[in-house]
Design a protein around this ligand. Structure first.
Ligand code: ZN
Length: 201
């Protein structure tokens, strides 16, 4: 049986941005913390595992399937905004300028980190688009709102190549999001400008 602290360090160091050293510091912090606090943390983790699902339509994290946004009849705009993470959905929604629907990729293409198309929710997006064809809710435009860095741009180009042959307009959020900038840290006015000034791909 492995040492419990060692095991905890191992689990923590698998989290993004947490190296072995930080993991060890967090583990020892937890050991010194009041037991109730640590139990609450463990309970929160269990609840996330038990209650949070991916929406079968947009792939966003949700407690109900389909998610609130996908089942919202107010969202009739035949536009899908493709983002890399659930936090981007929150950032764009906060502005209230986008009335369409979303699709969450859960990452961006990054060959150096071993992230290929099959690791993202791209198949689900393509199935969604082809299923929408010839229906009342036909998607006419896909706005790709990945970050303006190398991986974000590569992902946008890849998707544009797949989607354009389906006769669906593909555009890219434009000015406003700083180059290398993260969407989730952008203010509402910036996101609104970026959506309005989108460019065809
Ligand atoms: Zn959804």
């Amino acid at each position: 049986m492995a040492d419990p602290i060692q095991q905890l360090v191992q689990h923590l160091s698998r989290l993004p941005g947490i190296g072995e050293k930080t993991a060890a510091r967090l583990a020892f912090h937890l050991v010194r913390s009041p037991e109730s606090q640590v139990r609450d943390l463990a309970q929160a983790l269990v609840e996330v595992v038990e209650k949070i699902r991916l929406c079968s339509v947009c792939m966003n994290i949700t407690e109900q399937v389909p998610c609130q946004r996908c089942s919202d009849p107010q969202r009739i705009d035949p536009t899908i905004c493709v983002v890399s993470s659930p936090s981007d959905v929150v950032a764009i929604d906060r502005g209230g300028h986008f009335q369409g629907r979303y699709h969450v990729l859960h990452g961006v293409l990054s060959p150096l980190d071993g992230v290929g198309p099959e690791d993202l929710r791209i198949d689900e997006l393509m199935q969604r688009l082809s299923a929408s064809a010839d229906t009342d809710e036909q998607v006419t435009e896909v706005i790709i709102a990945t970050s303006a860095n190398v991986e974000g741009e590569a992902t946008a180009m890849y998707l544009a190549r797949l989607i354009k042959p389906m006769n669906i307009r593909v555009s890219r959020i434009a000015s406003g999001i700083p180059v290398g900038g993260e969407l989730e840290y952008s203010d509402q006015a910036t996101i609104a400008r970026a959506l309005q000034g989108r460019l065809p791909l």
